[in-house]
Design a protein around this ligand. Structure first.
Ligand SMILES: NC(=O)c1ccc[n+]([C@@H]2O[C@H](COP(=O)([O-])OP(=O)(O)OC[C@H]3O[C@@H](n4cnc5c(N)ncnc54)[C@H](O)[C@@H]3O)[C@@H](O)[C@H]2O)c1
Length: 320
């Protein structure tokens, strides 16, 4: 295959997995990432370093909101737009950074993709956080009501993408539901819980643990994202979820089983901006994308915990 595509946010948790799958399929991949300070840039650089070893991967270290995008998009057929500043809590403190990395970057990229003769489709990584505390299950045609600046920037970016859909450029927005698995971002709950348990520290829990999430394994998210490049979803938002809602209390029970004993929890008040429950209506994903999640939560979380265990052993070995 001689196809070329662009992955923005290629040094990120999900973007790096997507880039790897595209390389395995035979694509030439241009990855763009600014290694922003949303979490330790070393973690991002290590992912980019591993991709750079591939002969069909080309990395551009640049800010999508500022760099010359025409050169980056030249010859590309599909643009997967995953660059962004994720995370709900920080968005209350630094909303302008969220606006820059999400709204400004998306606006520039969509314009550039529209200009680029070769680009036929843009797939945007939107979020379940556009729904807020909507009635379950969340349906794409139902109301959106973000609870945080992060959610607002994702909704605005999604609309910018979908408004640009037309004969020249087809666009689609996938609403990812809490993504987890090996490589997960360090600020995300499932990773923080497992790291605390592995280090025999208390787990900091915001709320009473009854809140629930439709967790989605990273390889399932990547498969849905690939399907969206060709499926009949132009101009649409599509939920991508794991298909089962799990409460945090259930997560702690499973984590205890994986650790061989109960985990210790320090409870704090509910955090603002967090939805109480998330659950995806997956009708569109099933009917239009042909997508169904394959990895169930117990297996997926075991894989993440195994990855964290291995990571901490490697860190200990290199420190000694
Ligand atoms: N992880 C989830 O559960 C989840 C859920 C819903 C939506 N999403 C969305 O999926 C995308 C990927 O999420 P992730 O968890 O892999 O996050 P991530 O932070 O690991 O990856 C995002 C990458 O984008 C890069 N980036 C940010 N702003 C940039 C800019 N202006 N120019 C160039 N690069 C920039 C960052 O350096 C980072 O490497 C994000 O857009 C996020 O909002 C993620």
């Amino acid at each position: 295959m001689d196809g070329r595509c662009v992955v923005t946010g290629a040094a990120g948790f999900i973007g790096s997995r997507l880039a790897r799958v595209l390389l395995d399929e035979g694509w030439h991949v241009v990855g763009v990432d600014a290694f922003t300070d949303s979490y330790d840039p070393e973690e991002k650089m290590a992912r980019a370093q591993s991709l750079r070893a591939h002969p069909r991967y080309h990395h551009v270290s640049a800010d999508v909101a500022e760099t010359d995008l025409d050169a980056i998009l030249a010859g590309a057929e599909v643009v997967y737009h995953l660059a962004g500043r994720p995370g709900v809590r920080d968005s209350f403190d630094i909303p302008l950074k969220y606006h820059h990395d999400n709204v400004v970057a998306t606006t520039r990229l969509v314009h550039a993709a529209h200009r680029a003769p070769s680009v036929r489709r843009l797939v945007y990584a939107s979020s379940s956080s556009v729904y807020g505390d909507a009635a379950l299950p969340f349906t794409e045609a139902g109301p959106t009501n973000p609870l945080s600046p992060y959610g607002h920037t994702k909704l605005e970016s999604e609309l910018i993408c979908l408004d640009a859909n037309g004969a020249k450029l087809e666009t689609t927005a996938l609403r990812y539901f809490t993504v987890y698995g090996p490589g997960q971002r360090p600020d995300m709950g499932l990773r923080r819980f497992a790291e605390a348990a592995l280090e025999a520290r208390d787990i900091r829990l915001f709320g009473d643990g009854t809140q629930s999430r439709d967790f989605t394994y990273v390889d399932d998210i990547v498969r849905a994202t690939r399907l969206a490049a060709d499926a009949d979803v132009a101009g649409l938002a599509v939920n991508v979820g794991g298909g089962t809602r799990i409460s945090l209390n259930e997560v702690f029970e499973l984590l205890g089983e994986l650790m061989g004993g109960p985990v210790s929890i320090q409870r704090e008040p509910f955090a603002r901006g967090d939805a109480r429950h998330t659950g995806a209506d997956l009708t569109r994903a099933r009917e239009l994308l042909g997508f169904q999640a394959r990895v169930d939560f117990a297996d997926g979380y075991a894989a993440e915990v195994a990855w964290l265990r291995e990571k901490s052993h490697v860190a200990l070995r290199s420190a000694s």
